[in-house]
Every structure is written in C-alpha cells, then in structure tokens.
Design a binder for this molecule. Structure first.
Ligand SMILES: Nc1ncnc2c1ncn2[C@@H]1O[C@H](COP(=O)(O)OP(=O)(O)OP(=O)(O)O)[C@@H](O)[C@H]1O
Ligand SMILES: [Mg+2]
Length: 357
C-alpha cells in the first residue's frame, strides 16, 4: 500500500485542480493546478484559514463547496465560469467519508475548459459562416431581379422625358447606381458559390491578353506603364480559362488602383520545370511599384470583405485565392512599404486527377 507521501505527491502532480475542505471549512488540500486555474497564491500560515477567505474572489466555488454536505445529489461534470478571469471550468464534487460512511470532507476536482470552449466556438463560427454564405447567396439572388427591373424602368422613364435634361440625369443616376449594386451582388454570388472548373488546355499568355483590357475598363490606366514579359513556348496548362482571366484581372485592378495613374506594372510568366512537389508549374507574377500593403494588414488582405478602399467590396483577393486553390495552385504576396507589391500565382501544368495524360 503506498504511503502518505505517495498520495500527497499524486495529488500535487495531478493535471486536474483538486481542492478539499473539512466540515469546519478548513482547507485540507489544494494542489498546484488548482492554484494556477484559480489564480491563488498560498502563504505558509494559510492552512488554518477558512476556505471562503482563501477563495474570496471565487464566490461560485465557495458556494458549491459550502453546500456539499447538504446536497442530495452532488454535481458531476458540471461547468461554471470563474468571475474574475472568465475561465470556464468543468468540475465534479465528491464527499470524503470515514470508515463508517460518514462524510467528513468535501473535494472538488476541476479542469480548465477554456481551450475546449475556444475550439468549440471556432467550430460554431465556421458553421455560422457557412450558413451566412448560403444566406448571402439567397439574398443576392433575390435582389438581382428587382435590381434589373429598376434599371429597365429607369431606362423607360428616361425615354419618356426626352426634353427634360434634369430628369434624364436623375434616371441615368438611378441606372448607374443599380448597375453598381448589381455588380456587388454578382461578386458576392460568385464568392459564395462553390467553384466548378471547366478545365481545358489553357494558354497563360492568352489569359493575360484578355485580362488587361478587362482590368483597364474597370480602372483607367492613365500614365501607368504596363510591361508584359512572357516568354514564347510556355506550355498550356490544364485550367479554367475564364476563371484564370478573372484572377489576373482582379490582381491587375488592385495594382492599377494602388498606382493611381502612375508607376509601372510588370506582368511576367515563366515555366517552373520542377515545382516543390516535383511536377511542372507555370508561375505568373503581377508586380507593381506602388505604395505596398501596410505590414499590419498583410495577413488580412485575403479575408472576405476586407478592404481599405471607400468603394471596395473586399472580395477581389478572396475570389482570386478561391480560384487558385481550385486549381491546386498557390498565391504568395511580397510587399514592402514604398517599394511595391508582387503577387505570385503558381499553377500546376496539369491539375491532378483531371489531366487526361
Ligand atoms: N497591389 C496592391 N497594392 C497595395 N495594396 C493592395 C494591393 N492589392 C491589394 N491590396 C490591399 O488589399 C485589400 C484587399 O484587396 P481586394 O482586392 O480583396 O479588395 P478591394 O480591392 O479593396 O475591393 P474589390 O477588389 O472587392 O473591389 C485592398 O483594399 C488593399 O488594401
Ligand atoms: Mg480588389
């Protein structure tokens, strides 16, 4: 039979908090983990003090322990939140009985559940976001039709007042605003919709060629220089042409916006014969010499709805990432204040499982 010292050490080293009192309320034991969770520091003379004064910041625990000898059923695996720290503990209360079965002590065993709580909260948040995505898709869908009607009717109205320039101007404003709202709706829909790739042999130079005028139609280039540096003989990749055009367009739009009519954008592409996993990839680089992304926001630029622009919806980069991920590719960003920003998109030449060769 192990001796007393063994039991003392066993309790001291337990990974649960253990705390026991006798009928008079003397603290018989409190182990290290209990002190840590409850944030109490014991002084040598504390052993004889009433437990309620030692745990004066923890009214809930005092209440549970004080009622231990009167309770018909003792709490088992119950939870409570500690007032001072906000920590959540899971606890079980037991009575310590003598040889004749009479209770002469009460012991509380408890565990810090804060981390478990946080993980559960993250899971709940993920579920909520998924539901939110579905809801956003539904709302966006419902809003599209009335928006189209507003646009059509404002157009009809404009035609009814050929000689009222003021009213025609107002109708044009309505049409433009409805168009803008529609563009946001389309973007939200695009973002929340699960991605389906139409994979085909896709030429990266053609993707770039198509993306440039699209980007310039959204943000006029003005005096910004555009250098395209794509070597001949780049292999076609297995990808979705239309979605890849969107990737390059969104990155170009951001670069044009960052440069605000000045500076230089360089678009490059090159073959990486052996990417890190040994297969060939095409690397697409979109580089600007604009102001760069401020250090404290770099980690957030891919978050949905994160934007620093008054008119931005913050979906440009999340959409880019979603499309690149669907291609089993990756996107990296390098940026430095005052020097500019470089986005590098690496796309495997063949999409695994969809290769056909
Ligand atoms: N080339 C860049 N230079 C500097 N900052 C950039 C660049 N590209 C992106 N950013 C920063 O990242 C943020 C998020 O970009 P993202 O494209 O997702 O949204 P947005 O451009 O703000 O809005 P949207 O693209 O939906 O119109 C931008 O608001 C900007 O702060
Ligand atoms: Mg953008």
């Amino acid at each position: 039979m192990p001796d007393n010292r063994f039991f003392r050490n066993l309790v001291a080293g337990m990974r649960n908090g253990v705390l026991a009192i006798d009928r008079e309320g003397r603290m018989l034991l409190i182990n290290e983990e209990a002190c840590r969770i409850l944030d109490v520091a014991l002084e040598p003379g504390d052993a004889d003090r009433h437990f309620s004064s030692l745990l004066k910041d923890h009214h809930d625990i005092v209440r549970v322990l004080a009622s231990a000898f009167d309770m018909a059923t003792l709490p088992n695996r119950a939870e409570l939140r500690l007032r001072p720290s906000g920590k959540v503990i899971g606890y079980t209360l037991s009575l310590v009985r003598d040889e004749r079965g009479r209770p002469y002590g009460a012991a509380l065993f408890f565990k810090d559940l804060t981390l478990v709580e946080q993980a559960e909260e993250r899971d709940r948040l993920r579920d909520r976001l998924a539901t939110l995505g579905e809801m956003a898709a539904m709302i966006a869908h419902e809003v599209k039709n009335p928006l189209a009607s507003i646009e059509v009717m404002a157009g009809l109205l404009r035609r009814q007042v050929p000689d009222r320039e003021d009213l025609r101007g107002l109708a044009t404003d309505i049409i433009n605003e409805a168009k803008m709202a529609n563009a946001i709706v389309v973007e939200v829909l695009e973002f929340v919709r699960p991605i389906r790739l139409q994979v085909d042999r896709t030429s990266v130079p053609k993707v770039i060629e198509e993306a440039v005028p699209l980007a310039e139609s959204k943000v006029p280039r003005r005096a910004t220089r555009l250098e395209i540096d794509v070597p001949g003989g780049l292999p076609a990749i297995q990808g979705d042409h239309h979605q890849l055009v969107q990737v390059v367009t969104n990155l170009l739009i951001n670069a044009l916006e960052a440069l605000d009519g000045g500076g230089t954008i360089r678009v490059g592409a090159r073959l990486v014969p052996e990417d890190h996993d040994g297969s060939a990839a095409v690397e697409l680089v979109i580089e600007d010499d604009g102001p760069g992304v401020p250090g404290d926001i770099t980690s957030r630029i891919f978050n949905p709805f994160f934007t620093t622009k008054p008119q931005g919806s913050g979906l440009g980069l999340p959409i880019v990432r979603k499309i690149v991920d669907a291609h089993d590719g990756r996107i990296d960003v390098a940026t430095s204040a005052g020097r500019g920003t470089t986005f590098t998109v690496t796309l495997p030449v063949g999409v695994p499982g969809q290769l056909g060769f």
